[in-house]
Write a protein that binds this ligand. Structure first.
Ligand SMILES: [Zn+2]
Length: 143
């Protein structure tokens, strides 16, 4: 089993784990690879929680799993606003605004994630982007 993953950039995202959110703490190990993409299944030795490498991927330097960021962004059109998505996800409105800006700079990666990992359809993804783009335009002029 080859390991070409840099385990130091992953962290345990089990919120009640003592090592939650800690990068490079030595608690993350490669458990196995699965599926046709040979995706890595990682394990936290501290709490025993397992997660796939995409779940634990840092979102472009943020200390939040990509999965959580993208799921929250996907709620924006559904909830009608960033405020609405903030309320239902429990994240700060200003945090989500930052994610929106970041997502706008990484369109391709985020779109891929929406389509492949969250299995959203194109129409829904376009909807999310139109919100993100609208938001970016207004945020750039007001901040
Ligand atoms: Zn853990």
């Amino acid at each position: 089993m080859e390991s070409n993953l840099d385990l130091s950039k992953f962290w345990c995202w089990q919120k009640d784990c003592p090592d939650y959110g800690k990068m490079n703490a030595g608690n993350i190990v490669l458990k196995e690879r699965f599926g046709k993409d040979h995706r890595a299944l990682l394990k936290c030795r501290t709490c025993g929680h397992c997660f796939s490498e995409t779940h634990g991927t840092p979102f472009f330097g943020l200390h939040v799993p990509m999965d959580e960021v993208c799921r929250t962004l996907a709620q924006i059109p559904e909830k009608g606003s960033i405020r609405g998505a903030a309320r239902s996800s429990g994240h700060d409105k200003s945090t989500i605004c930052r994610w929106v800006d970041l997502a706008g700079k990484h369109c391709k990666e985020v779109t891929d994630y929406f389509l492949k990992e969250l299995r959203l359809d194109r129409v829904k993804v376009d909807e999310i982007w139109s919100y993100i783009k609208k938001r970016r335009k207004t945020s750039l002029s007001t901040i």
